[in-house]
Design a protein around this ligand. Structure first.
Ligand code: RIB
Ligand code: CA
Length: 319
């Protein structure tokens, strides 16, 4: 967003596969005075499309935002099949039980919703993609003039010159649908890409969560989800803020320093070596449409402070 607190919040569509970190990011966006969340589109990824969509509806209901439409998206990738990450996010995708949603998705699917929204408000809508890029790739493949109508596109994904979190080469969202990632990254559309490198620097520990004092419903739900995540496995030490950091990048242009590159993504079309699928390759280190974080370019304290602010979390006074 251009200025810290614009008079009129920016319209935002979030493409999401909730997932615990997606849920934290959504709660941040819903609490931000800078963002007017005009719609969610769902994709399978962390969990299949059914639970992902149910979770999106349930999160909105939990904070009284059933005014926001949810449009159901990708059931399967452009090529291949999703890997899912139930072992990370729990079988149904959230680590704190929410009531089954009473609301329903829109009649249109994710791609028609994205297309209609971007066409209706050319140059005004920020698109934030927090899951596999299947919906965005299908939109761009079928209607190449539409995604360029976005004011800004931010993507959580990729492991650019840094190890992945699924294979040594690949981050989960890009690994889940490498062809979609390649189509979007090669589209020429300016993208802010929050990849593994900055995400490895921004995390919460078990103690951070235990010490959190939430003053909002959104913050309470975030605390419950994170406490549930740490409770699931006593060996867990850090919750990496993949999707929340992408929201920070959307909300605060100074939190991360970026550099511009041109890059591609290996998929089953560019290599038959599946161990390379989802690998990011930089083709030009000096210019291009993809903005990635500079090495050491994340202002970690500022990023964590903004996450806490948007969640309405205060830390107990140091004794
Ligand atoms: O690799 C982390 C990303 O994959 C996050 O968006 C997480 O929610 C999963 O979708
Ligand atoms: Ca996600």
């Amino acid at each position: 967003m251009p200025s810290p607190h614009p008079a009129v919040p920016d319209p935002v569509v979030i493409d999401t596969d909730p997932g615990v970190d997606d849920a934290i990011a959504l709660l941040m966006a819903l609490s931000s005075p800078q963002m007017d969340v005009v719609g969610l589109t769902t994709t399978a990824g962390n969990v299949p499309i059914g639970p992902a969509t149910r979770n999106a509806l349930a999160i909105l209901e939990s904070v009284g935002r059933t005014d926001i439409p949810v449009s159901k998206g990708a059931t399967r990738p452009v090529r291949g099949r999703y890997a899912y990450a139930r072992q990370v996010h729990s079988a149904e995708g959230l680590t704190h039980p929410l009531p089954a949603p009473a609301t329903h998705t829109t009649d249109t699917g994710a791609v028609p919703f994205l297309s209609a929204t971007l066409r209706a408000h050319p140059g005004a809508v920020t698109v934030i993609a927090l899951g596999p890029l299947t919906n965005l790739a299908r939109l761009h493949r079928d209607q190449p003039s539409v995604l360029p109508l976005a004011k800004r596109v931010l993507v959580m994904g990729g492991a650019v010159q840094s190890p992945g979190n699924v294979t040594p080469h690949a981050e989960f969202n890009f690994y889940s649908d490498p062809t979609a990632a390649r189509l979007v990254v090669e589209s020429g559309i300016p993208l802010t890409l929050i990849d593994m490198a900055p995400c490895r620097q921004v995390f919460l520990t078990r103690e951070d969560v235990e010490g959190a004092r939430a003053s909002t419903e959104a913050g309470n739900l975030a605390e419950r989800l994170l406490s549930g995540w740490f409770r699931q496995d006593p060996t867990r030490e850090r919750f990496y803020m993949y999707d929340p950091l992408t929201l920070v990048a959307a909300a605060d242009p100074h939190a991360i320093k970026f550099r511009s590159v041109t890059m591609t993504v290996d998929d089953s079309i560019t290599t038959d070596d599946s161990t390379l699928w989802g690998r990011c390759r930089v083709l030009d280190e000096t210019e291009g449409p993809i903005s990635i974080a500079e090495p050491g370019g994340v202002d970690v304290p500022t990023s964590l402070q903004l996450i806490r602010e948007l969640l309405g979390w205060s830390q107990p006074a140091a004794i």
